[in-house]
Structure formats: structure tokens, C-alpha cells
Design a protein around this ligand. Structure first.
Ligand SMILES: Nc1ncnc2c1ncn2[C@@H]1O[C@H](COP(=O)(O)OP(=O)(O)OP(=O)(O)O)[C@@H](O)[C@H]1O
Ligand SMILES: [Mg+2]
Length: 366
């Protein structure tokens, strides 16, 4: 099964309930995920993310379409086959699911014993994984003696101790503060990349989208491409902006996108950069906080999906005053972390060139 995708879904539909209560929650889902790939699954509450994850995870058996996981067809699969597939999957849930009466070390070791035949190296592997998640000193503690973030990391150690070929994580950061959430996701990313696992990570947390190789979006049980979502979001954004200032809507949309480009110039968007974007957008448009948030996140998504948006760039029609403000704002985002990097400068120059501006923000007269 060398070239087969780790996960291959085709025409997958799923219903809960029977008879009059029967309700379809997944419709014709198709996608493939390879080893080493990290896919983030987003979508509104109730859209079917967890249901989809449990199908892939062989935690319920598929009813319609093809669910191939690690070379096994799970459509109408018997319990025995499901169990065999489950053994090769690492699950990370919102609640850490540690056994409270066992120590952290024992919890991790148990996952290993359920699987491996040779016990000789078990102990070493447990310690190695606990070290990896930063819990080496906590091996002999009980779960209740750890913080939420530490428990979640122990859950990750337990899920990954077997070097699973597939890792499924359902909102692993939901109960964590921002910093621990980020750490946990980066940990999953590192470990998965080391072992070449295929990862599906369900999240509502926009701040971690950047770890993904690919983002899948589910809405009302249907899979939608990111470019569909973004282009729909773009028209929503323009409508929103037009309500406030019809003459500036196009400009603002372009402006927000340019800010996002600078924030992304060196790979990762920091909190300081987000905060700066928020503040600048607040200053230029009379928008509610939630609207600013929407525009910011959408611009970030546009930036991520840039390849699909090349024909979407709007001519912002800058007069001199606006052009200056435009470029100053780009510099302000670049400076948000305290230092403007050369990558950020290159991006500023590129944007300036696209919009026919000089470095100082004066439109070129031609
Ligand atoms: N065991 C069940 N029996 C009946 N309906 C269910 C069951 N589990 C989920 N549902 C319904 O299926 C739909 C999809 O639920 P699911 O849990 O997959 O959503 P989700 O995208 O994970 O949502 P959230 O972001 O809130 O976790 C919802 O309408 C939900 O009410
Ligand atoms: Mg869910």
C-alpha cells in the first residue's frame, strides 16, 4: 500500500436516527490525506466535524460511500476490522481521557501495552515521549496533580507513544489558554512530522490555522473548498464595509488584505501583529469589534488562499493621503513585533509596486 493515501473518503454520507427521526448529517464527503500531512477541519458547531472524525477513526462504521483508512475499507466493516484499524490511530480529544487512578507514566505505558508485542523497550519509549511533551518530571504524578495544559500534553503523549500512522484530534486546545493551546498544537505538529503521521485536527481556533498543510471546511455536513469559503466571505465583507462607507469598501478590503500579507511575510502571525491590525482597522473604519475580527480573519484566510485570489485584487485608487497612510500602516504591522525584518520589507516593496506606490507612499504619476 505504498502509494495509497492513508485516508481516502469518497461519497461519504451519514445519518443519525431511524425512521421519522432519521437525520442526515454528512453529505457526499470526498477527500484524501497522505502521510506527513496535517489537515485542519473547521466549520460551525453541529456541521458534522466530530461525526466525520469518528468515521475516519473507525469509532463508528460508515453507512454510505467509501471510507478507506490505512488500506482498509470501513464501509459496513465488522467490529474486528474496526478494532484493528483503531489500534493504528492516535486519538486526542478535548477532554484528555486519562485514567485518574493511574500515574501519567502508567497512562502512557498502558496505551503502549495495548499494542506492542515486545515489551522490552516500552519503558524507554514512555520516558522518551514524556520528555518530548515536557512532562518527564511528572511521570509519577496522578492526573489530578497536573494543570489542564499538562494533562492535555499527557493525553498527546499517550496518543503518540505508538507512533500512530494517523492522528485524529478533536478540539485539543478547547480547554486551554492561548499559550498552552499553541504549544499543544505545535507539539502535535512536531511529533506528527517526525513520524510522518497523517493528522486531522478539528478546531474553532483561527490562530492555529497556520500549522495546517491544508484546511478543509465543513458546513451543514458538506465539504467546501477554502476558496469557496473565502470568496463568499469576501462578498460578505464588502457588503459589511459598504454599509459603513460605500466609497471605501473596496479600499478597505484591499487594505486589510495588504495588512495580512505583511503579518504573514515571515511565516507566522504573532499576537502583536494581530493586535496592531485590529487597532488599525478600528481606526480607519467605524466597525464593531466583531466586524473588525471578521475582516481580520477573512483577510488572513485570503492571504492563506492567495493562489486562488490572484484575479481578485481590487484597484484601491489611492490618493496621496491615503497612499501614505496605507504604506505607514504596512510598516506599523511590520514593526509590531519590535523589529522589521527584511522579509517584511520585501513584502512591503512588492505591495507598493503592485499598487504603483513609491516607498514613501506617494503614488507614481505617469
Ligand atoms: N449520537 C448522535 N445522535 C443523533 N444526532 C447526533 C449525534 N451526534 C451528533 N449528532 C448531530 O449530528 C450533527 C453533527 O454533529 P457533530 O458532533 O458531528 O458536529 P460538530 O461539527 O463536531 O460540532 P461541534 O463544533 O459543536 O463539536 C449535529 O446536528 C448533531 O446534533
Ligand atoms: Mg465536534
Amino acid at each position: 500500500m505504498s502509494t495509497e493515501a492513508r485516508i481516502a473518503l469518497d461519497g461519504v454520507s451519514y445519518c443519525f436516527g431511524k425512521g421519522a427521526l432519521r437525520k442526515q448529517v454528512l453529505f457526499d464527503i470526498a477527500t484524501q490525506i497522505n502521510g506527513g500531512e496535517i489537515v485542519i477541519l473547521t466549520g460551525p458547531s453541529g456541521s458534522g466535524k466530530t461525526t466525520l472524525l469518528t468515521l475516519v477513526g473507525a469509532l463508528r462504521s460508515a453507512q454510505e460511500g467509501s471510507v478507506r483508512v490505512l488500506g482498509q475499507e470501513l464501509l459496513n466493516a465488522r467490529e474486528r476490522k474496526l478494532i484493528k484499524v483503531r489500534r493504528q490511530i492516535g486519538y486526542i480529544f478535548q477532554a484528555h481521557n486519562l485514567l485518574n487512578s493511574l500515574t501519567i507514566g502508567q497512562n502512557v505505558q498502558m496505551a503502549l501495552q495495548l499494542n506492542s508485542e515486545k515489551r522490552k523497550d516500552d519503558k524507554r519509549r514512555v520516558i522518551e515521549v514524556l520528555q518530548r511533551v515536557g512532562l518527564a518530571e511528572h511521570e509519577h504524578k496522578l492526573p489530578r496533580e497536573l494543570s489542564g495544559g499538562q494533562k492535555q500534553r499527557a493525553g498527546i503523549a499517550r496518543a503518540l507513544v505508538n507512533r500512530p500512522k494517523i492522528v485524529l484530534a478533536d478540539e485539543p486546545t478547547a480547554s486551554l489558554d492561548k499559550k498552552s493551546g499553541r504549544d499543544v498544537v505545535e507539539l502535535i505538529e512536531d511529533l506528527a512530522r517526525e513520524d510522518g503521521s497523517a493528522v486531522i485536527l478539528v478546531t474553532h481556533d483561527n490562530r492555529i490555522l497556520d500549522v495546517a498543510d491544508r484546511i478543509l471546511h465543513v458546513e451543514d455536513g458538506r465539504m467546501r473548498s477554502m476558496s469557496e469559503v473565502v470568496s463568499e466571505g469576501t462578498s460578505r465583507m464588502l457588503n459589511l464595509l459598504e454599509k459603513h462607507d460605500p466609497n471605501s469598501a473596496n479600499y478597505l478590503a484591499t487594505f486589510a488584505f495588504a495588512l495580512a500579507r505583511i503579518a504573514y511575510a515571515d511565516g507566522e502571525v504573532s499576537d502583536a501583529e494581530r493586535e496592531k491590525i485590529r487597532r488599525i482597522l478600528h481606526e480607519v473604519a467605524d466597525l464593531k469589534e466583531s466586524e473588525v475580527e471578521f475582516i481580520m480573519e477573512l483577510s488572513m484566510m485570503q492571504r492563506r488562499a492567495k493562489s486562488n485570489l490572484d484575479n481578485r485584487i481590487v484597484n484601491p485608487a489611492l490618493d496621496e493621503k491615503r497612499a501614505k497612510h496605507f504604506l505607514n500602516s504596512l510598516h506599523a504591522i511590520a514593526q509590531a513585533d519590535g523589529i522589521t525584518t527584511s522579509l517584511e520589507l520585501i513584502e512591503i516593496d512588492a505591495i507598493a509596486a503592485e499598487f504603483g506606490l513609491h516607498r514613501k507612499g506617494i503614488p507614481k504619476t505617469s
